[in-house]
Design a protein around this ligand. Sequence first.
Ligand SMILES: [Mg+2]
Length: 273
Amino acid sequence: MGNEELKEIAGHLRFEAVRMIYQGKDGHPGPALGIADIVTTLYFDEMNIDPENPKWEDRDRFILSKGHACPIYYAALSERGYFGKKVKEYKLRALGSKFQGHPVMNKTEGVDMTSGSLGNGLSIACGMAIAGKYNKKDYNVFVIVGDGEIQEGIIWEGANTAASKKLDNLILFVDKNNWQSGGAVSDTIGSNNVKEKFEAFNWHVQEIDGHNIDEIKKAIALAKSKKGMPSAIICNTIKGKGLDFMENNNLWHKGVPTDDQYAIAVKVLGGAK
Ligand SMILES: [Mg+2]
């Protein structure tokens, strides 16, 4: 798909994420908007999937390890047709809703793995990638983690395993927005030198602008061509990207737009289609 078309879809998915948070009066808009361009490129250009057959054995797999960013994931799945007709009201985070505050694999079509307990996604992806090789399948496994999330120790157990097992069917995106729930990543862990850390674990590492669709596409192509090692794509992103009042403002890690702010989102992001 062309880059301009993908950009337009990303804008619409951003609106849908804001809409479901506004309607549900709860959720994480900043993290969702920050990964919109990565999720759009995966679901509308890159991944080999069949929304009619969500459990298709040969499909590419996706794990949103930073599960709280799920509004953008639900919007992408809806737009791709996983839920039949488009979802009018998500009831995000409501008891019994298909659209929980963190993705649940046995509740929501198209969700390959339950996530939200931070850190687990990469190690689970290693298992999926090992299974793919064992079963001689040529699918790829894509994962998105946050730069705060990678403080979890299990991330580095996964990183070690992926390199030692030469999991070249595993592609990890690090959403490097320099924030985490409680504040700046640098205040928590010191230097946010993600690239050097993954290089030290013998990964193939690229660093790109996580909002530039062309760079995302090219990075995925290069990652897929690199044989014998897993790939990390460090994506420099802006938390809340797409709405001025949210951008780089960590107060929007979790929050609900006011009526006036929602009106701005409708205007800037195009509203419902
Ligand atoms: Mg972060």
